[in-house]
Ligand binder design. Structure first.
Ligand SMILES: [Zn+2]
Length: 251
């Protein structure tokens, strides 16, 4: 209830309330695509972590296979050198072959050492797989539920917005065109806030002081519409809750 019992002003106040409600619903609805998108991004990052880990494992396994092949090739070299031993004629040739065989042994032990290092990393990576897989699959499931609920929320909000807009239109049509036109002018120019409360002598739209005479008129006039001289918004004054009125009784 407002002070003064101005019926047109009362309607303008309630129109502003409906517009606020529609604005709020639209804001909620507009936030949803971004919320879904950020969940989607999170899912993709978990998936790529999982895929990268699998690729790393594959890569390490192929490196281990390469080590195995290299050891085998070196083994063949060693065997060839050993087979040449009985046929050598001089000490120099013999020494060269032994050196060759030693070199193969050194190479093999280097490869085996490298293989061991790879094996350790591989074991670590393989140990991470269950957790990373669980994290990705768990999030995928969670995100699916979240996305569905957000899509449902969006559809529900869309319906609520349509209903609120229909109600708003109905209310709008009951207002004197002179006032509804003024409302719309202020609404578009003043950040979608055309009707503001007057508290004491302070306009709640721009927080400037209103001339005392205007403040008295806002509270008492039952037909005139007053605007703030600073922000030009329509002013109203909330009625003081009277004792015994329904709003003063706690439920
Ligand atoms: Zn103002």
């Amino acid at each position: 209830m407002i002070q003064g019992g101005n019926a047109q002003l009362e309607k303008l106040v309630s129109l502003q309330g409906l517009d606020n409600e529609i604005k709020k619903l639209k804001k909620f609805k507009d936030r949803i695509p971004g919320q879904i998108e950020s969940g989607q991004k999170e899912l993709e990052s978990k998936k790529s972590r999982w895929n990268n880990l699998k690729d790393e494992i594959k890569d390490l396994q192929s490196k281990r296979n390469q080590c195995e092949q290299d050891v085998k090739a070196e083994g063949d070299n060693k065997l060839k050198a050993q087979q040449k031993l009985p046929a050598v004629k001089t000490n120099k040739e013999y020494g060269a072959l032994l050196a060759e065989i030693d070199a193969v042994d050194v190479k093999v032990s280097e490869i085996e050492e490298k293989d061991l290092e790879i094996m350790e990393i591989l074991e670590q990576k393989e140990a991470e797989i269950p957790e990373v897989t669980k994290e990705y699959e768990g999030y995928e499931k969670e995100f699916g539920v979240y996305k569905t609920s957000k899509q449902e929320e969006s559809a529900r909000l869309e319906k609520e917005i349509a209903e609120a807009e229909a109600g708003r239109q109905k209310k709008f049509e009951t207002i004197d065109p002179k006032h509804s036109k003024e409302y719309m002018n202020i609404y578009t120019r003043r950040e979608q806030l055309a009707v503001v409360e007057l508290k004491g002598e302070i306009c709640q739209g721009c927080y400037n002081q209103i001339r005392p005479q205007v403040a008295i008129e806002v509270k008492s006039s039952d037909d005139l519409i007053h605007v703030c001289q600073s922000c030009h918004r329509i002013l109203y004054c909330e009625a003081e809750p009277t004792e015994g009125s329904e709003s003063a009784v706690p439920k």
